[in-house]
Write a new protein. Structure first.
Length: 452
C-alpha cells in the first residue's frame, strides 16, 4: 500500500503503524495529502514578454534568449518536482499528481504555463472531477497544446473537444463525430490574454443552439463538461484508469464497476481513492507486485531510501530519457503507455544497473552529450554510446539513521514489495547480513525491485 499510495515509506513510519488498523494508515495518508506544496519558480525575467509588442521591442536575439531560458527552467522544474516527490512526507498528493499528468496530458514550451498547469493538477488531484476538468480546460497550457486558442466560430478547431472525450473522459466509441463538432462549437472563443489569463472572446464564440450527446441547448464549454459527467461511462473511464494504475494493469471488471458506483454522481476523487485503499480486494495476492514501477517511481523510490543529490542535474534527465519517462515531456497527447512498455531487454538491464551506478558510483552506459538538447529528437540523433559515471553525492549516513537498526530480513521486507521466487530468495539469503549498504544496493538491483 505504501508504494501504491506514494513512493514507499520509512522504517519509522512503518513501525509507527505496524499494529494500527488499515483505516488508521489510510487516514494518515490522506491527512498528509491535505498539505498542498505547490512548486514555484522565479518567473520575473519573463514579465517583459507580457508587454504589447514584446517580440518587436526585445529584438530577435533577446527574444530567443528568453525562450531558451524558459526551456532551461522547465528542466529545472523537472528537478524540483523530482526532489519534492522524494521528500519523506511526500505521498498521496504527489502520487495523484503524477497519475493525472498521464490522464490530462499536456505539454507547453513556456515554463510559466507548464508551472501553472502542473500546480492545477496538484490542487485538484483529490477534489471534484467536474471542477478539475473545468480548471484544466481553462489552462493556457492546455488551450495552446490542443489548439483551442485557435477555435473560433468562423472555423471551429476540434482538437480539444475530440481529446476531451476520447482521452480525458469517455473513450472511443462513446461519442459521435457530430458530438465532437458540436462540442468544439461550445468551446469557441476560449482563449487567454498576454498575461496568460483565461478569457472568452465573445465575438469569437458560437452562441447558437447545439446538440451534444443527445441534449440540445445553447451550450458553452462548461455545459459540455457537465453533460459529459452525466454519462456513467465517464465514471467508468476514470475508474478503469485508477484501477490499472493503483491496483493492477489487468482489469477486474467487477471491481471497476464497484468503483463506478462509488464515483458516479458526486465525482469525489478522494472518496474514490479511499474506497480503493480500504477494499479487501486491493490487498489480494494477485495484486501484490503486479505493477511495473515507472522510471520516475523507480528513481524516486531509490532516492527516498538512500538520499542522493545530482551534481549535474542534466544527468537526472538523461536517466529519465533512457528509461522512457521525462517529466513534463509526454510522448504525445495519449501519454505514456505504462505497464510492460517500460521494460524491454535494454531498459531492464539499464534499470537493474541503476542502483549500483547511483549508490556505488559504477559506470553506466548511456548517450552522453555536452549539453542536454532542447529537442529530444536531436538528443537521440547522437549515435555513439559511452559509459560514464553519475556525478552524485550519496548520503549513506541518513540511510544508516533510518535503516541501520533493521535486521537483514526486515530490510528485505522493506525494500521489496513482492514475493520472491526460490532462486532469488536463495540469492538474497546468501547476501551479507551485516553490510546493509551493500545489501540494499543488491536488493535494488533485482528484477523484483522493478515491481510493486
Amino acid at each position: 500500500m505504501y508504494w501504491r499510495i506514494g513512493f514507499g515509506t520509512s522504517p519509522s513510519v512503518f513501525k509507527q503503524f505496524q499494529d494500527a488498523s488499515r483505516k488508521d494508515v489510510v487516514d494518515y495518508a490522506f491527512a498528509k495529502a491535505e498539505s498542498l506544496q505547490s512548486l514555484s519558480l522565479d518567473l520575473s525575467a519573463f514579465e517583459v514578454l507580457r508587454e504589447k509588442g514584446a517580440k518587436k521591442k526585445l529584438g530577435p536575439e533577446k527574444y530567443r534568449e528568453l525562450n531558451q531560458m524558459g526551456r532551461k527552467m522547465t528542466r529545472e522544474l523537472n528537478y524540483k518536482w523530482f526532489n519534492q516527490m522524494a521528500q519523506p512526507d511526500a505521498g498521496l498528493r504527489e502520487k495523484m499528481t503524477l497519475f493525472w499528468t498521464n490522464v490530462f496530458v499536456c505539454q507547453d514550451n513556456q515554463v510559466w504555463n507548464t508551472l501553472w498547469y502542473h500546480n492545477t493538477l496538484r490542487e485538484n488531484a483529490l477534489g471534484n472531477l467536474g471542477d478539475f476538468l473545468k480548471a484544466v480546460a481553462r489552462q493556457p497550457a492546455m488551450l495552446r497544446y490542443l489548439n483551442n486558442n485557435k477555435n473560433v466560430k468562423e472555423s471551429p478547431n476540434e482538437n480539444f473537444a475530440r481529446e476531451l472525450m476520447e482521452l480525458f473522459t469517455l473513450g472511443i466509441g462513446n461519442y459521435t463525430e457530430q458530438d465532437i463538432q458540436e462540442g468544439a462549437r461550445a468551446f469557441t472563443g476560449w482563449s487567454y490574454n498576454r498575461n496568460s489569463e483565461f478569457i472568452i472572446k465573445e465575438h469569437k464564440h458560437d452562441a447558437g443552439i447545439k446538440t451534444f450527446l443527445g441534449k440540445t441547448g445553447n451550450w458553452n464549454g462548461d455545459d459540455i463538461i457537465d453533460i459529459i459527467l452525466e454519462q456513467k461511462v465517464c465514471a467508468r473511464f476514470i475508474c478503469d484508469k485508477v484501477y490499472r494504475y493503483f491496483v493492477n494493469p489487468q482489469v477486474d471488471e467487477l471491481r471497476v464497476e464497484e468503483l463506478v458506483e462509488v464515483f458516479y454522481g458526486d465525482y469525489n476523487i478522494e472518496k474514490l481513492m479511499r474506497h480503493v485503499f480500504m477494499a479487501d480486494w486491493f490487498y489480494e495476492a494477485q495484486n501484490v507486485g503486479s505493477k511495473i514501477k515507472s522510471p520516475v517511481e523507480l528513481l524516486v523510490g531509490m532516492r527516498r531510501t538512500v538520499p542522493v543529490t545530482f551534481k549535474k542535474e542534466k544527468q537526472l534527465l538523461y536517466l529519465q530519457k533512457m528509461m522512457g519517462q521525462v517529466l513534463y515531456y509526454p510522448p504525445n497527447v495519449a501519454g505514456w503507455k505504462g505497464d510492460r512498455s517500460w521494460i524491454d531487454a535494454n531498459t531492464l538491464l539499464f534499470r537493474m544497473n541503476l542502483a549500483s551506478a547511483l549508490l556505488n558510483k559504477t559506470e553506466i552506459e548511456f548517450q552522453e552529450k555536452a549539453e542536454f538538447e532542447d529537442s529530444f529528437e536531436e538528443y537521440y540523433k547522437a549515435k555513439s554510446k559511452r559509459k560514464t559515471f553519475l556525478k552524485v553525492d550519496v548520503d549513506w549516513q541518513q540511510f544508516e539513521t533510518a535503516y541501520g537498526n533493521l535486521t537483514a530480513q526486515d530490510l528485505d521486507n522493506h525494500i521489496l514489495a513482492t514475493t520472491l521466487d526460490a532462486d532469488t530468495a536463495s540469492f538474497v539469503n546468501n547476501l551479507p547480513k551485516t553490510d546493509l549498504r551493500n545489501r540494499c544496493v543488491q536488493l535494488m538491483s533485482l528484477p523484483e525491485y522493478q515491481m510493486c
